[in-house]
Write a protein that binds this ligand. Structure first.
Ligand code: CAA
Length: 285
């Protein structure tokens, strides 16, 4: 099995920065790419903040944090991924954007490198189709927040070679995660179940005339959820949730998959949850 010594992460938003954090904490040299130096530095600041909190809480030694931060390098150039053994793409959820990236990455990386996508809503098979070697493409779907959530879905596209699935699986384990293998079906495993469930929760808000606070309370204390559904949608991002719902609705046509008008309206208004300071709840900047 190919050894993964250096990882590239394309896109350092919430998911990409979280994935890069997990990699450097696990001792893997990691190169992160953003479209501007400013966005890249913002991601470094975010990783530095979360590792700093671990030091303050006595969960991580200062030297271990410094060593982890030293393993992180940043770039704005895809060409710099030439020596990466694995590149994880966590860019904007748009097939055209991903096709462009996979075409460019294919031209840059070694023939034996693995290209992974963290897509949650698009077909890995369709993304892989743009790569020169689609058999080297696999889904590695992390969950938000990536440093805290143990699951990684290792998604086999139609084209993925079995050895690539196994290398990605073993790498997720090396990151301290709990991977599972699954087919490239809409929503894979968790989102296929969680997205319609969250849509039901939002519908219940109006049907039962309940406040977001009380709905969250209901699911935390009545169903044992670690956080309530409104808090969770705010964390995931209303835009991400609506997009994932749309993708499931497009492929499966089940009414529960479609995002309820209430949440679409909020997303249209720019109330995207934590990242914009307002969703079901308000957050400090
Ligand atoms: N990145 C890195 N570190 C983070 C972080 C982040 N995004 N968010 C929080 N942390 C760190 C913080 O430093 C925090 O400590 P401080 O607040 O003291 O600084 C530390 O983690 C612990 O945070 P919490 O005390 O809030 O941890 P918790 O015990 O309350 O658990 C949780 C938090 C793990 C998120 C838990 O609430 C949970 O499991 N929630 C459910 C989340 C979930 O379902 N995610 C899946 C979303 S769906 C998805 O992702 C799929 C998709 O494709 C859309």
């Amino acid at each position: 099995m190919a050894e993964i010594r250096k990882v590239g992460v394309v896109g350092l938003g919430t998911m990409g920065a979280g994935i890069a954090q997990v990699c450097v904490e696990a001792g893997v040299d990691t190169l992160g790419r953003e479209i501007s130096g400013e966005l890249a530095e913002r991601a470094r600041g975010r990783i530095d903040h979360f590792l700093g909190r671990k030091v303050e809480k006595g969960q991580l030694a200062q030297e271990a944090k410094d060593a982890a931060m030293a393993r992180l390098s940043l770039t704005t150039e895809l060409a710099d991924f030439a020596d990466c053994d694995l590149v994880i793409e966590a860019a904007f959820e748009d097939l055209t954007v991903k096709h462009e990236l996979f075409r460019e990455l294919s031209a840059v990386v070694r023939l034996d490198a693995i290209l992974a996508t963290n897509t949650s809503a698009l077909s890995v098979t369709e993304i892989a189709a743009a790569a020169v070697h689609p058999e080297r493409v696999v889904g590695m779907h992390f969950f938000n927040p990536a440093p805290l959530m143990a699951l990684v879905e290792i998604v086999r596209a139609q084209q993925t070679e079995a050895s690539v699935v196994e290398t990605a699986y073993a790498f997720a384990q090396r990151l301290g995660k709990e991977p599972i293998r699954c087919n490239d079906t809409p929503g894979f495993v968790v989102n296929r179940i969680l997205i319609p469930l969250l849509n039901d929760c939002v519908r219940v808000l109006d049907e039962a005339g309940v406040t977001p606070e009380d709905l969250d309370k209901a699911m935390r204390f009545g169903a044992g959820w670690p956080m309530g559904p409104c808090t969770l949608v705010d964390l995931v991002g209303l835009d991400v949730h609506v997009h994932a719902s749309e993708a499931l609705w497009q492929s499966l046509r089940e009414p529960r998959m479609a995002a309820p008008p209430r949440i679409v309206g909020m997303a249209d208004a720019g109330y995207l949850g934590r990242k914009t300071g307002r969703g079901f709840y308000e957050y400090e900047a």
